[in-house]
Design a protein around this ligand. Sequence first.
Ligand code: CTP
Ligand code: MG
Length: 599
Amino acid sequence: MSVLLQTGKLYLLRKPFSKSCSKYIFHRKKSDVPRKFISFDEIVAQRRAEARQSLVVQVNSESSFNELHGYCSKYATINDIHHYKNSAGEHFMLIEFSSEENLNNVLQSCSSHKKEIDVMGVQSPFLWFRATSVKEKYAQNVTHLAVKDGSLSVNEDVLFEELMNCSSVSEQIQMLYDRTVLNDIGVRLRYMVARQLETVFSSLYANIKVQPFGSSVNGFGKMGCDLDLVLTNTLTDDLTSQKNRLVYQEKKSEGGRSPWQRHMELVGALLELRVPGATRVQKILNARVPIVKYSHDLADVDCDLCCNNTSGVYMSELLWQLGALDARVRPLAGAVRRWARAAALTNAHPGRWLTNFPLTLLVLFFLQQPASGPVLPPLRRLVELAGKEDTRVAEENLNCTFLRDLNKLPTESYSQNTDDLQTLLFKFFEFYSQFEFQDKAISINEGRPVRKPNSLPLYVVNPLEPALNVSRNVSYEECERLRLEVRNAAWHLESCLDGHKSDDWGILGLIEQKASRGLKKLLRVGNSHRLVSMKDLFNDNDELEPSAQGIRSKLEKFKKTEKLTEASDVTRGDKKSEMKFKNSQSAREVYRIRRNKLI
Ligand code: CTP
Ligand code: MG
């Protein structure tokens, strides 16, 4: 720990990785050379080890903790237990044991299944804790749950209130990041889902490895983000060496379709039939990279599984590294991603618009600009400094070699700028409002605009495959909207500089969805930031949706009644009315606010 304090890089111990990092640090010897940065491979190794010695157990409620702890302690030593609920309100405990052997002792004690003949048991790290009428006595438990309700996302209305109360836009950006970043249990669960596939598929595929990539591990993920998974095998030089004379017989794929399509088809069928928690399996086999989408109901995460796409993992490593170099990178990218979603520039579904990945490259590229001292180096610099140990080659001979140990990066090549987050966000919008999208491409390899090789509206060079454009799907209209929205955002932030805190002050005006922004404004009374309760506007037993014109008159009525209430403490009368919204989005928003009993 002291190593980090001395170097001032304590921010590396931020929530998502804090526990595993600190474990790693405590394992280091005093004589070790001080290091500022921990590598992505070390973090991943730690997370995978954690998953190998963990189980997820469904329980009745968080008060099952003592019984579960007592029961498991009969077989093994427990490191800690984390509690969470899925969106169906079911309770789970993620238990980390002190070693993998320890966990195997517990698994050997696992009874199989109900006696129904149509259920075939399967080994996986997801279990359930059976209730019993025979009460056992367990040793006195002095430990507590490490986390309760760990996967609960922050309530949006609470978040907005907190953002409203911040004293600067920089504080808002940092708070938005801290409140929404994917937390420790979110990361643990994602590695458990990967571990489950390794366990279930291991007898079908030798040396199988299932790795999370994308926003779950690249440091830019938020609570509830999707889980991208890649299925590979871990063929090391040792395994392929001529010295190993006994070699597994192999099964060659026969038939017309590509082997990967057939494997993914099988994997899809196995997910449906053999993987507890996996539901809504969808096979997309004709894509360039065939994928299987599914939802994991027990871990409460949506997954995209593909085969042999290791470049995705190296890309995540690259993004993770650039995010680790400077403490402002991830909060800034978080604010930009959130703004883009609110402005409908990005969308969860694929189409003619931007997605989070190229948008994140836009942020990294901006931070490489030398204008007021670069925050990040160009990728070219990391490639120049790479040693033999950094050599990585992905599928189709893709060279993914770049410096892995950031401690070797000269300090003058990053963080050469002292702008606060507010200034950086404003400059980001300003930079792209002046960017020559018609002629220039965005390349984090070079860290400066390069000539566009074709006339596609938006060109963002794929850092690991520079001949490809990661935003080739973006239409001319969407690119124009991007230019318009960055100008609007710059204008909005500039108008906040006078220090006056209006209702959409700072990033609130950027991250609130436009549809709800108007409605929320309408519901705000006078200059107070308190919103009118929807309960005050509608009766609980209103069955029909309220009408658009009606809401204004109701609001007027409310204002009058509120004055009366203040003056004479007369209780309001609740009159039933029938109202209808013309716009279903507004209606949904009204009902959402109403349901949450906001305000
Ligand atoms: N990726 C890539 N090349 C692309 C698109 C994606 O290498 N053209 C890799 C990146 O590593 C990316 C990951 O695939 O992070 C997953 O892509 P996606 O799910 O679209 O982006 P995320 O970064 O995971 O963001 P989100 O939170 O929106 O899922
Ligand atoms: Mg993703």
